[in-house]
Design a protein around this ligand. Structure first.
Ligand SMILES: *[C@@H]1O[C@H](CO)[C@@H](O)[C@H](O)[C@H]1NC(C)=O
Ligand SMILES: *[C@@H]1O[C@H](CO)[C@@H](O)[C@H](O)[C@H]1NC(C)=O
Ligand SMILES: *[C@@H]1O[C@H](CO)[C@@H](O)[C@H](O)[C@H]1NC(C)=O
Length: 439
């Protein structure tokens, strides 16, 4: 009798539990599910679902209903995405992202397509040919983290169809200053070795009339023309320099990148971008940690320079596609964040704290470092911050983490020739938007 009553009680709570879950399911589908699927249709591909049902991750509980697929956290059932191509755009904070992706690839033993020579870009500005990267045993690859331009045709022919495309871009004026400094463009612009008063800020001179100054700082290389000061971010995403004034082409280009890329991160919203990356890729929090301690950065005279309205206007006109790119993908980033719901910001807060704590821990000398174990939480399984982990986190140079990635690849039969076609000619004559090389 008692037993029967207990069982009836259980049955009743089971019944109400089921009703509750169903109602929650409907609510979630209406409010989040549809929108999320539209925002990132590639987030859960059929292969991922089928891999999962084949029992790749037996420890994870399985939810049969598709709306649960985007649940993140420890008890999620999404499957980590292990095929990705990172388009590493110059001077956008991309080395920090590369470090993360290298660590991820080492941990998961992914086959990364690495350049034959240790200090090279994979290939730039054209796509790599056989012989420029080490051969994998089965001819297949799952990731790219070294410099190369986005080339959909080539990448789709070499990588699986569920590959995630990722990049990071930066506010265009900050990018201009960084590019000017890094590539020593002021010497080229001023065309004199001895400095005169006013020379400290070449940006002012350049932005007085950027169209006039192009001729000293533009290039043609491997039959491809590019300008480091003009739409140089869009260039690495495959946009042609010759289309700088074609807004129609620019609009189509943005739509293509929006469709092809899982995420375009924004340097000015770096932590938000990374938390979103983790969620879209179904990774762990430890995969997106980076050394957030202030670095000793090379400083230069015009680093904090703010443009006048006129300079800003000239830059926007000259560098139009990069400004369009930035505005489009900043909006797109925030739309994606909003559609993640309020829990995103709880995770973000936790992530920032954790990142600071671990960066601080790792900055202590190995002897002084205590033991640090990050407890399991809604967003991560428990993990131990080891000395090896700290070493990798704090590595500044890309090539330092290439070793383990290169280890299981085979030497290719041909030597890497950087970019194939040396030397790089600086171009000197401009007619309208067409470029003639110097003889
Ligand atoms: C892009 O890839 C295609 C196919 O491999 C190739 O023919 C083309 O030359 C590549 N474009 C560039 C700019 O490298
Ligand atoms: C990006 O967009 C957000 C939301 O519209 C805005 O608050 C933010 O200022 C923008 N960021 C930059 C760096 O322009
Ligand atoms: C970071 O460290 C502080 C101080 O030790 C601690 O109170 C906090 O809980 C830590 N936060 C995380 C997310 O690790």
């Amino acid at each position: 009798m008692l037993l029967l009553r207990v069982q009836r009680g259980r049955l009743r709570s089971f019944f109400w539990g089921t009703v509750f879950i169903s109602v929650m399911a409907i609510i979630s589908t209406v409010f989040y599910g549809r929108h999320r699927m539209v925002v990132n249709p590639r987030a859960v591909s059929e292969t991922e679902i089928s891999q999962q049902t084949q029992g790749d991750s037996p420890a994870l509980p399985r939810y049969e209903t598709p709306w649960m697929n985007r649940v993140v956290g420890t008890h999620r059932n999404c499957h980590p995405r292990n095929n990705f191509i990172f388009i590493k755009i110059q001077k956008t904070g991309s080395s920090t992202v590369t470090n993360m992706l290298q660590r991820y690839a080492i941990d998961r033993e992914l086959t990364v397509m690495v350049p034959t020579c240790t200090m090279c870009a994979l290939s730039w500005p054209t796509s790599p040919e056989r012989g420029m990267y080490l051969q994998s045993k089965n001819g297949k690859y799952s990731a790219i983290v070294h410099h190369t331009r986005y080339n959909k045709t080539w990448m789709e022919s070499m990588f699986p169809s569920d590959t995630a495309y990722i990049t990071v871009i930066r506010e265009p004026f900050g990018h201009l200053k960084s590019v000017f400094n890094y590539y020593h463009l002021s010497g080229k612009l001023l065309q004199r070795k001895v400095k005169r008063p006013g020379d400290e800020n070449p940006i002012q001179l350049f932005l007085k009339s950027p169209f006039e100054h192009r001729y000293v700082i533009g290039y043609k290389h491997c039959e491809v023309t590019f300008e480091r000061t003009r739409n140089f971010q869009a260039f690495d995403l495959g946009y042609k320099q010759e289309w700088a004034d074609d807004e129609g082409k620019a609009e189509r280009f943005l739509a293509d990148i929006e469709r092809d890329f899982t995420l375009v991160m924004i340097l000015e919203h770096f932590d938000e971008s990374l938390v979103l990356l983790r969620r879209l890729m179904c990774w762990e929090l430890k995969d997106i940690l980076y050394d957030s301690r202030p670095k000793k950065q090379r400083s230069y005279a015009y680093k904090d320079y703010k443009p006048s309205d006129e300079e800003r206007g000239n830059h926007e006109e000259f560098n139009k596609v990069d400004y369009m790119l930035y505005e489009h993908f900043n909006r797109s980033l925030w739309n994606k964040i909003i559609s993640e719901g309020p829990a995103f910001f709880t995770e973000l807060e936790y992530y920032k704290q954790l990142n600071n704590n671990i960066s601080k821990h790792c900055s202590d000398s190995q002897a002084k470092r205590g033991k640090l174990i990050v407890p399991s939480s809604e967003w991560t399984t428990e993990f131990h911050v080891s000395d090896e982990f700290c070493y990798r986190l704090r590595t500044k140079r890309t090539k330092n983490l290439d070793g383990p990635l290169r280890a299981h690849l085979v030497k290719s039969e041909r030597k890497h020739v950087f970019g194939r076609c040396l030397p790089m000619d600086q171009y000197v004559v401009l007619k309208g938007n067409t470029i003639a090389t110097s003889p």
